[in-house]
Ligand binder design. Structure first.
Ligand SMILES: Cc1cc2nc3c(=O)[nH]c(=O)nc-3n(C[C@H](O)[C@H](O)[C@H](O)COP(=O)(O)O)c2cc1C
Length: 165
């Protein structure tokens, strides 16, 4: 049943009050061509086995190659990577041009200088409305050991950073 008082704008604004980090979820098609999109509908899912889930819009150009190769990598952005977030939030251009990355253990692109990159193999895909929920088993983790890196945050439709303590 659809409640018509819940407009898309109201729902978008409500969801915007959930403060999140920002990631670029990458994949590669079966020929190794890289794809990716900016995402915050990302979550840890299971500890045993270690699993992550990502909720990808059915209209995303990244979805078909992800479903074909069955791999993705969650690249968690630092506060210095806002430009990268904007770049991967736009469709229809070469997002990887002049971006430093290498193919990770499962084949999905691992971006340079992130907070952490979590590489997964897809175990399950569940449809959720106009999104596909891709559940992946974690196969590798590459963490940034630098002490002074901070996460890029997203709240109320705007980027933010942690306030200094
Ligand atoms: C902060 C932020 C978070 C986003 N989160 C998601 C998300 O969780 N899932 C999604 O499908 N799109 C999300 N988007 C939108 C995609 O990044 C955008 O639609 C992108 O153009 C899709 O690219 P593609 O079609 O090349 O895959 C987000 C955008 C921004 C700026």
């Amino acid at each position: 049943m659809t409640d018509t008082s819940i407009t898309a704008d109201l729902f978008r604004r409500a969801c915007g009050l959930w403060a999140t980090g920002v990631s670029i979820v990458t994949t590669a098609d079966t020929a190794g061509k890289p794809y990716g999109l900016t995402m915050n509908a990302v979550s840890s899912l299971s500890l045993d086995p270690p699993m992550m889930l990502v909720c990808v819009d059915k209209g995303s150009d990244t979805l078909a190659p992800m479903l074909a190769s069955r791999v993705f990598c969650v690249n968690v952005l630092t506060s210095a990577q806002q430009d990268l977030s904007n770049r991967f939030a736009k469709k229809g251009h070469d997002k990887f041009e002049a971006v430093a990355w290498h193919p990770g253990t499962v084949g999905a692109p691992v971006l340079a200088h992130t907070l952490v990159s979590i590489e997964c193999e897809i175990a399950d895909v569940v449809t959720g409305g106009d999104h596909e929920i891709c559940c992946g088993v974690v196969r590798d983790i590459i963490a940034n050991d630098s002490v002074d890196v901070e996460p890029l945050l997203y709240y109320g439709g705007r980027y933010g950073a942690l306030g200094k303590a």
